[in-house]
Design a protein around this ligand. Structure first.
Ligand code: GRF
Length: 203
């Protein structure tokens, strides 16, 4: 099973996926990493792991449709079964989403449906919530709104700083994203009409 990962930055979630693959725990192979930014550190991680790393700068395209058409071309060259968004900071067009319907996962740093969008950790702290976390979800046309697959909860401490909250949530992201990807690649997880469906689980 073939996986393409889209990134824009540090790529710590990409690293978690690479490590899972290395331990034979991904259920597939990361065949390419694509970044819309040339300075994304995740590109270095990909190269170090011997994975094809492609830069597709969004500035070089007139609009989202043109960018996504170019992105589709690169992705299709690698014929992936699964596309993993790992800190890819671009809104995808409906055209893109429909083309790969049910085959794109994203990870979002909140307990969805709470805190869609940006600055999730700061907003959670400002609201004084007791719990925060991360969600893996299928990508649909609705931004951060697709069916949730898996969530990890972290307790927010009394004097929790932004920095340590981000760290705690990211550590959970690195734990759950490879598991969700594996379930998908092993055919245990799919997108149904009503949401995420789980089959063949060793329960
Ligand atoms: C993560 O916090 C993820 O939840 C969000 O973007 C961040 C990416 O971090 N979508 P990294 O590039 O994987 O380190």
């Amino acid at each position: 099973r073939r996986v393409v990962v889209l990134i824009s930055g540090n790529g710590s979630n990409l690293q978690a996926l690479i490590d899972a693959q290395r331990h034979d725990e991904l259920g597939g192979e990361i065949v390419a990493v694509i970044s819309n930014r040339g300075d994304a550190y995740g590109l270095v991680r990909a190269k170090e792991a011997g994975i094809d790393a492609v830069v597709l700068p969004h500035q070089e395209y007139d609009d989202r449709e043109a960018y996504d058409r170019a992105l589709i071309k690169v992705i299709d060259r690698h014929a992936p079964d699964l596309i993993v968004l790992a800190g890819f900071m671009r809104i995808l067009t409906p055209m893109f989403v429909h083309r790969y319907a049910g085959r794109v996962l994203n990870i979002h740093p909140s307990l969805l449906p709470a805190y869609q969008g940006l600055h999730t950790h700061q907003r959670a702290l400002d609201d004084g919530v007791a719990e925060h976390g991360a969600s893996v979800h299928f990508v649909t046309e609705e931004l951060d709104g697709g069916p949730v697959v898996m969530q990890a909860v972290v307790k927010v401490g009394e004097n929790q700083s932004l920095e340590t909250l981000v760290e705690k949530v990211q550590a959970r992201e690195h734990l759950i994203y490879p598991i969700a990807a594996r379930w998908f690649l092993e055919g245990r997880l799919r997108l149904g009409a009503e949401g995420a469906l789980f089959d063949n689980m060793p329960l």
